[in-house]
Design a binder for this molecule. Structure first.
Ligand SMILES: [Zn+2]
Length: 315
């Protein structure tokens, strides 16, 4: 298995190095450029395990290999984003009733701190919500307090008037989750459109946002459509109306907007909240681009100065 992975990484290195060569100074040719940090790596990075296969969306969410990325980009922050995305998808599936898999949660009782901190698994059984206590994972005092509370309620005849909150431990940061989807969308766009696209100046804030998930650099940059199947994949180039011109990478419920034309700022438009207005009901003109079946990034004759070098090669 290691052998196959190494072979695959070598092939991706070759392809990427060839695709970027025309944009590099002579003495830098032969380097592979990590699409996330835009640092160049020599071939030795492969044997030192610095360059790794990158899936978008993450493999745990059904993604495929789209690029090689360097260790700094792939581990650390990358793993945190993947974990958040995975936890959030499980939560959304749970809310939508699409899964019977239980979710772990912490019970919080606002006016009864002694009862807060007990852990439960919350599942769905025949349409009802079922909570199973997890004594080993709970704060011992909270566990004891709960046992007393339950005995008391059994005596008193029920839960009437008793309020508590469930804090789902895996769905705690929607902001970071959305940046995880931005990262995946960016990598998918890289696989589809190559270096000429991601090296454009207007893609730099996207990379900044990916490396600073907590900051609002280009936020908002995505919308969600809860009705869609999780396996849905599509890239749409919106051309009209002009103010909405953008690349939309659609992955399951998530629609992530990336720049398409330099004549409009899609993030300014999204921030202006006009998407909630009637305008969004207007027909959008554009086209659908084939989902990249691995890294294509070899766009013949593309130049860094063209607005987007994809029209010719993908039609
Ligand atoms: Zn990198």
């Amino acid at each position: 298995m290691a052998g196959r992975g190494a072979h695959r990484r070598a092939a991706l290195f070759e392809r990427g190095a060839r695709a970027i060569a025309q944009y590099l100074r002579d003495d830098l040719r032969g380097l592979y450029v990590c699409p996330l940090c835009v640092k160049g790596w020599p071939r030795q990075a492969l044997s030192a395990d610095v360059l790794a296969l990158e899936h978008a969306p993450p493999r745990s969410l059904g993604g495929r290999v789209v690029a090689l990325t360097c260790k700094d980009c792939n581990s650390g922050a990358g793993h945190t984003l993947d974990d958040e995305m995975h936890g959030n998808e499980a939560f959304l599936d749970f809310v939508a009733g699409n899964t019977s898999r239980p979710l772990r949660a912490r019970i919080e009782v606002p006016d009864r701190p002694e009862l807060s901190g007990a852990m439960v698994d919350v599942g769905r059984v025949d349409g009802a919500i079922k909570m199973v206590g997890l004594p080993k994972h709970s704060r011992p005092e909270a566990q004891r307090a709960w046992e007393e509370q339950l005995a008391h309620m059994a005596d008193q005849g029920g839960w009437d008037g008793f309020h508590f909150r469930l804090a789902f431990t895996k769905a705690n940061d929607p902001e970071v989750t959305s940046v995880g989807w931005l990262r995946s969308a960016y990598l998918v766009a890289f696989a589809a459109f190559g270096y000429p696209y991601i090296l454009r100046r207007d893609l730099r804030p996207v990379r900044d946002q990916i490396t600073h998930p907590k900051d609002a650099i280009i936020k908002p940059f995505s919308t969600t459509n809860g009705a869609r199947d999780r396996s849905f994949r599509q890239i749409v180039l919106i051309q009209e109306p002009a103010e909405l011109r953008s690349v939309v990478v659609q992955m399951g419920r998530h629609d992530v907007f990336l720049p398409l034309s330099r004549d409009n700022d899609i993030y300014e438009y999204l921030a202006s909240d006009r998407l909630r207005g009637p305008r969004f009901d207007a027909t959008v003109d554009g086209k659908i681009v084939p989902w990249p079946n691995g890294p294509q990034h070899m766009i013949e004759g593309a130049t860094l100065s063209s607005s987007i070098p994809i029209h010719r090669s993908l039609t």
